[in-house]
Ligand binder design. Structure first.
Ligand SMILES: [Fe+2]
Ligand SMILES: [Fe+2]
Length: 313
């Protein structure tokens, strides 16, 4: 495949893309035509962890208007909490794609639902943490293309290692670098850092400042107010927050979590239902892949409009 890439002077020069790894992604669904691909400015929206049915519905309600408002080339979402608050199923993944999401990432809850395992291996627009062992089902990076396939975004997700008990995650710094090295021709790159601590997300963002286009955090379900562009040109936000019910403890019924934490007695952590909001970020990249704009997105659900006004969706 012949592609055009921005060189350091900002003009374009042709290169032959011989990277078979990226081609294997392209070959399944986002098939690039065997013609010239212009690498140019790219606008994308990333949505935080979608939690249960309320989260799915608020995304469905707002996604079309958001895409138009921001003229987004791509919309990506973390879907690790879609299935009743934990994991993802093939049916729900297909629903998200039908709503208009181009690519889905999964974090530490990736393997909660076995139903999704075949899709993790087969779908070109669904990824699991990249710093899992190689034998783990699925893959950790994907190349997403806009509708006319004139633009592409190398997208990956890594797990943090601090306060993430039970995870078998390798060094996220090494993993991100390995993926970047395997895709040398990709100028537009996005790293989602799915981690508990603000410090680990900030450290990864600063380490890769100027070497990836955007570093956006997820996993805590709490949005942070620190969207900025780092000195080297990397867009950064510590946490996107969640798409789901905010009158809750991280999306779960607050009465149940309070009962468990205050009494040590087990309780069912059902997904909450009130104060439903969509949270994420919009990022604009220039021709070279450098970030030129980032802003937080937050939208409240309107319960009087579809799909909340419908009994089925
Ligand atoms: Fe998570
Ligand atoms: Fe989550």
């Amino acid at each position: 495949m012949v592609t055009l890439h921005s060189n350091e002077s900002g003009s374009f020069s042709p290169k032959i893309d011989t990277n078979t790894h990226s081609l294997s992604f392209l070959a399944v669904r986002h098939v690039a035509p065997a013609s010239l691909i212009l690498v140019m400015s790219l606008r994308f929206i990333m949505l935080g962890d979608i939690v249960g049915k309320p989260g799915r519905r608020v995304v469905q309600q707002h996604i079309g208007a958001l895409r138009r408002e921001y003229e987004a080339d791509l919309v990506i979402a973390n879907g690790e909490n879609v299935a009743g608050g934990s994991g993802m199923t093939t049916q729900l993944f297909n629903k998200l794609i039908k709503y208009g999401i181009d690519g889905v990432t999964l974090g530490d809850h990736v393997y909660r639902q076995r139903d999704i395992y075949p899709a993790l291996d087969a779908a070109p627009n669904l990824i699991r943490p990249a710093n899992f062992p190689e034998q783990a089902v699925g893959r950790g990076a994907m190349v997403l293309h806009n509708e006319d396939e004139s633009k592409s975004l190398l997208t990956m997700i890594v797990l943090g290692r601090i306060y993430m008990p039970g995870q078998k995650a390798d060094d996220p710094f090494v993993t991100i670098q390995r993926i970047l090295d395997a895709h040398p021709d990709h100028t537009h790159t996005f790293v989602e850092v799915h981690a508990e601590t603000t410090a680990e997300k900030a450290a990864i963002a600063h380490y890769f400042d100027g070497r990836v286009s955007a570093v956006l955090g997820s996993h805590t379900h709490i949005p942070t107010a620190d969207a900025k562009i780092l000195p080297g040109g990397t867009a950064f936000l510590t946490d996107l927050g969640m798409c789901g019910p905010y009158d809750s403890v991280l999306g779960r019924r607050k009465d149940r979590v309070v009962q468990f934490m205050s009494t040590a007695m087990p309780a069912a952590f059902d997904v909450a239902e009130d104060d439903i909001r969509l949270c994420g970020a919009f990022v604009e990249l220039d021709d070279s892949g450098r970030a030129i704009h980032i802003e937080r997105i937050e939208r409240a659900a309107d319960p009087d409009r579809a799909p909340f006004s419908q009994t089925n969706d």
